[in-house]
Design a protein. Structure first.
Length: 483
């Protein structure tokens, strides 16, 4: 009996292995596909690629050509590919480009021009979508996703996070974002991930000018340089990320000169603060400005912690720095937080609220923009806060009103906190004296020219004139090194 049982066991196992063998897909046969050949730099990019890749590259450098190569290669391996473009006009040409390498097997492919879908005889698939619909690709699964002209996608962040990224989960697929830059939008944020391998090890990014294309004549690039405005050439040909036409804050880097200091260095000074509370996914930010020193002394930003802890953290900063006046944004959860701060703040610390509306926000932001443009205050060189300032933009709505805010997918918490702090500081910062006023202030009162002229109405005697000139030169010597 044991021998029979062993035999039956072996038979059952053999049948199970046979069933498993039937459902395992056979290896895909090689297809006679004319895969587009890459030039050296394109091949290097492909070789260096990681799971998530961002190529910021100049116009006519072959980014779409590289995308077609990657898409067709993956489909030729029997895998599904999703191609995503900003709008229908970007799809028309690439739809033809995706079919060219398949001419030898076109008769065996199922091509649906209406649905923009190409099925290869080995099971490979290419589907082309426009991101005018943010739900494009939802419910699909892909081995590779390619987002062409990614910087032009209006809502790239939500399209990526809610639609495209989930399609790569089942097959552990990769993604390629290919584009020429357009301001400091979400494409720029994705590019930055590829520049930070410690924080984002699965991301890779490249920034390359149009001149990397060996088939693009140098004379043509120079002709474009001569024809285009400088900023347009930098963005379109050199692939540089520039602030958009609607950039609000100018002269930002010139103001990022504040030094790190301690609360003890500001004892007896007048300090004010602005607080912008986090809403759903953004950050709570607080900026503290010393009016006496005309400088920002601390900037804090945090999220994903309870309201009680956030209020305690804000109160701690206010107490440590001895802040006298605080302006708190009261929209959404701001009002209850304002009441809590008023209840627990020091008695010599005046806390007030500011409601950000379509009417009040422009004035708030414009005041900070003017302050930065005139370099009326030194700001801390915080990397995140700098990016929020340079990316902040003004856009005109259909009704003709100007809307101020961060680009899609980005934050403006430190901008609002700084604007609120500056609103308090603006009228409390000491007025900067002119050169003449500084000299006059340093001269002894008895030697002011007005005093001498009053003393000697018939004209200054030589000794009085010499004394005035001597004191004037001494005052100038003290002022000159500071101007």
């Amino acid at each position: 009996m044991p021998a029979v049982a062993d035999l039956r066991t072996r038979i059952v196992l053999a049948e199970a292995r046979a069933r498993e063998a039937k459902i395992v897909a056979p290896e895909h046969e090689a297809l006679p596909i004319d895969l587009p050949a890459l030039y050296a730099t394109q091949q290097q990019i492909k070789d260096e690629g990681k799971r998530f890749n961002v190529l910021d590259i100049g116009r006519r450098a072959g980014k779409t050509f590289l995308g077609v190569h990657l898409a067709v290669e993956t489909a030729a391996d029997g895998e599904p590919v999703g191609w995503f473009a900003p709008s229908y006009k970007y799809v028309l040409e690439v739809w033809r480009d995706l079919q060219r390498p398949l001419h030898a097997i076109r008769g065996k492919c199922r091509i649906n021009a209406t649905e923009r879908r190409i099925e290869l005889p080995n099971g490979g698939l290419i589907e082309v979508w426009t991101l005018e619909n943010e739900d494009a690709g939802r419910g699909r699964k892909y081995k590779r996703a390619i987002v062409d002209e990614a910087a032009m996608v209006p809502k790239l962040k939500s399209s990526w996070e809610e639609s495209i990224r989930p399609t790569l989960t089942d097959l552990q697929g990769d993604a390629w974002f290919l584009s020429t830059p357009k301001g400091l939008n979400y494409f720029y944020d994705l590019f930055q991930r590829g520049q930070d391998p410690l924080t984002h090890p699965d991301w890779q990014s490249w920034q390359l000018p149009s001149s990397v294309n060996p088939f693009l004549p140098t004379t043509e690039i120079e002709a474009i340089r001569a024809e285009l405005p400088e900023l347009a050439f930098k963005q379109e040909i050199l692939a540089e990320f520039l602030t958009g036409d609607g950039a609000v804050f100018r002269n930002v880097d010139a103001c990022l000169t504040a030094q790190e200091t301690t609360p003890e260095q500001h004892r007896g000074h007048l300090l004010v603060a602005g607080v912008d509370w986090a809403k759903l996914h953004d950050f709570t930010a607080i900026s503290v400005i010393c009016c006496t020193c005309r400088a920002e002394v601390t900037l804090d930003r945090f999220n994903q912690i309870g309201w009680a802890f956030q209020r305690a953290r804000v109160l701690s900063l206010l107490n440590v720095w001895g802040v006298r006046f605080v302006l708190v944004e009261t929209n959404s959860i701001g009002s209850p937080n304002l009441e809590a701060l008023e209840q627990h703040a020091r008695k010599d610390c005046l806390v007030s609220g500011f409601e950000t509306t379509a009417r009040s926000k422009p004035e708030l932001i414009q005041s900070l923009a003017l302050c930065i443009e005139r370099k009326e205050i030194d700001l801390l060189p915080d990397t995140v806060a700098r990016h929020e300032l340079v990316a902040y933009e003004a856009t005109v709505t259909e009704s003709g009103h100007t809307r101020y805010g961060a680009p899609e997918g980005q934050w403006d918490d430190t901008v609002i906190a700084r604007a609120l702090a500056w609103r308090l500081a603006n009228k409390r910062v000491p007025v900067e004296l002119t050169y003449a006023e500084k000299i006059n202030q340093l001269m002894p009162g008895a030697y002011h020219i007005e005093v001498l002229q009053e003393r000697y109405p018939d004209g200054l005697p030589p000794e009085a004139e010499m004394a005035h000139v001597y004191q004037l030169q001494r005052a100038k010597a003290k002022v000159l090194p500071k101007i």
